[in-house]
Each structure stands twice: as structure tokens, then as C-alpha cells.
Design a protein around this ligand. Sequence first.
Ligand code: S3P
Length: 440
Amino acid sequence: MSNHIFINQKIKNFRRKIKVSSDKSISIRSVLLASQAVGISKISNLLESEDVLNALKTIKKLGINYYKKKNIYFIEGFGLNGFKIKKKTTINAGNSGTLARLILGLLVKSKNKVKLIGDKSLSKRDFSRVIKPLKHFGVNIKSNRNSLPIEITGSDFLRPITYDEKIGSAQVKSCIILTALNTPGTTIINSKFSRDHTELMLKFLKYPIRVKKKKLDIIFIKGLSQFRAFEYNVPGDISSAAFFIVLTLLSNKSEIIIENVNINKSRIGIIKILNKMGAGIKLKRKKIYNGEEIADIYVKSKTKLKSINCPSKLNSSAIDEFLIIFLVAAKAKGISKFEKLSEMNKKESKRLDLGIKFLRLIGIKVKRFKNDINIHGNPSLNLTKNYEIKNFLKDHRIFFLSCIAALTLGGNWKINDKKSANTSFPKFLKILKTIGAKIN
Ligand code: S3P
């Protein structure tokens, strides 16, 4: 099967109600926490993407059995530190930074050495951000100059730490929280705001974790408490919904309702940013489910969007969505300003560099000042040329961005690395086709 697609026409107007794939961050956390619970957990609507399948393969390799019946995954945990780890175990996190960083926190007591590897993209990413706190706990960890492969051997002498998490990284924070589960005493994290799914899931499991909301989040985790197996239903992923939100906004006379999407405050930066640009997106039928807030997202096409001076305090809650937000800025009237985007270059690919390259490819003027950018919008942007997107680290979000640009701006596109969609959103192209996109 070929690994590229062609798009040669804009999408025609549509009015649809859709569901997007389940949330990737929550899916991975539910698998990892179920592997540490006492008994058989039942997880429905688990995202079946490569990152999550790698999480399932990983717990299996560490001695945790699971099976699927109908729409439910059953995961058989033996409690905290209940892995059965064989000698010379290697686990492969594939493309997933979340899996790689979080699993380290659950290996901190392993009697046998475990080697952690990943794909080409993950092997280029920085792990010093987790290695540093793990060493404070007293974990034995060796790496290839702070990147993969990493070897970790557990210790029986872990000590609780107080850690200032200054990056605003949920992966770092969650790695520390999971390490704290296996550590006696109370670990404290002074954490810059970032997505809080791990904290919410542990609270939902009645684990002794407490969060004081001040300028920073101060998180207290008491170690060595067991928690029971649980039932969990994973909601839709706003990071996947983002592409359909922008597709609708930038199309003609179209409307979409995206049902049952997670609207955790730490994730809805895109809604806040686009609404400041005049998008008029509405969240309806809000409810709390399994400790997370869920809603239906209503979007209509908008011909007049205005530029934004984006407050950097929204960066962490929109960190995975900036690529597609840039596309809206390209069509908005005026100059949009975004700042302090260095974290974008630490993702599956250097997304800040690539986002700028992409905008220039479609004829948009972009000025860059280190990690700040100005995008000169062009509301009458309409493409007619040929474009080819080669996505050398196979970043799923670059693939999705390219498809949405092609379907809303016109031009003849060849977009490579179709398979990258499997990382987070395997049904992406199928859903696009059901709402009328012509994709070959
Ligand atoms: C994630 C956290 C974010 C995000 C990533 C998923 C998570 O990364 O970009 O896609 O599930 O914890 P950082 O923690 O590096 O900011």
C-alpha cells in the first residue's frame, strides 16, 4: 500500500456531527495506571493508535496480561511495582515521548536492568528532563548522552524529593508522580502549569495525591499506597478535534459538531486562541466523567478572522495545536504574534522550524525572532500551484496539517507519510472522506 495521498480539490460545504479518536494522553495513562492497580481494570474507548498499542505491548513485556472483548480492554494488574521483569528486557516506546517518559517512573524498583529504546524521532529527543529528577530519587539510570537508549535499574532505597518542574512539561511531571508512587514518604512537585490528566486519574482512583493551586501547582504525592482496579471510559481527543475545528472554520458555509471531547482546562488553549481570533466556537453539553470534563464542540465557517497577539500563558494548553493554529493565522487579517515557542521544537519533529517552513511554502510571510514569530495573514489566500510534503521524521501532526491546508486553501498536493496518522489518529482520513473530502 502506498504511503502518500493526493489532494487536488477543496472540500465542499458540509454539515456533520462526528466523533474523533479517543485522547492519546489519557489512553496511555489509563493503560499504565491499570498495570499498577490491584485486579482487573476495564478500559473502554481506548485509542487504538500506535503510541497506545506500544503502551500495551510494553506492559505485556513487563509481565502484565491484557485482553480485549468488544470495545473493552481488560488489564490484569498486581498492584504497585507488580511488574514481572525478566533479565535483559528491552522495551520499545516507538514514537511516544509520553510512554517513554512515564514508563521510566514505573521501573524505578525493577530488580533487573531494563533497556528503553524508541524510533528515529524519539531517539533524537532530550531525556535529561526526566533523568535529572530520577537521579534525585536515587534511581540508577544510564543513557546515551541524555537520549535513548536508556538503561534503568531499580533501587530499594528511593527517597522522596521536592522538585521544581520549570519547563511546564506534563511528561516530566507525570514521570515524577509515577516514581513517587513507588517511593516512601511524600514527594512534592512545584510544577509550572501543564496538562493534569495523571493527577486527575489518581484522584479518581482515590490515591492520596493533593494539588494546591497557587502561581504554581504544588503537588503532594504520598508513596506506597495501593489502588484498586478501575473502570474508565476514554473521551475524545481535543488534539485530534483541532484539525476538524480548523477544517470547518476555513471552509465555506460549513458546520460541525464534534461529540464527547475532553475539554480539560489544560488542553483547550486552541479554543481560547481561535475564539480571540473571532472563531465563535461553542462548547455545549458539558459534563464531568471519570474526573475529566467533556463537551460537544460546535464550529461554523468564518470568513472574517482577525489576527492575535497570543499570550504565552496559553502556550502549554495549546502546545500540540500550534501548527494548525498557524494555518488560521495565515488566513486571518493582520499580523499574528506568538512567543516563547521553544518547546515546539522538542516534539516528534522540530515543529516550530517546520511550521515556519510550511507557511513560507504556501506564500505566507513569517518573521522569526528566536522562539517568537509574526505571521502576516492573508485572508484571500488561495493556492493553485503544486505542493509536495515530505515529512522526514514522519510527524503525524505535520501530515494532518498538510491535509487540512490542501482541503481549505486549494492547490495540487502530494502528501507523504500517510502512515504517520497511525501514531495518534488512525481514522483521520476515513472521517475526512465521510464528510466529503476527495482524497486519492
Ligand atoms: C503530553 C505532554 C506534552 C504533549 C505531548 C503529550 C502528555 O508534552 O506535547 O504530546 O501526554 O503528557 P510535554 O510534557 O513534553 O510538554
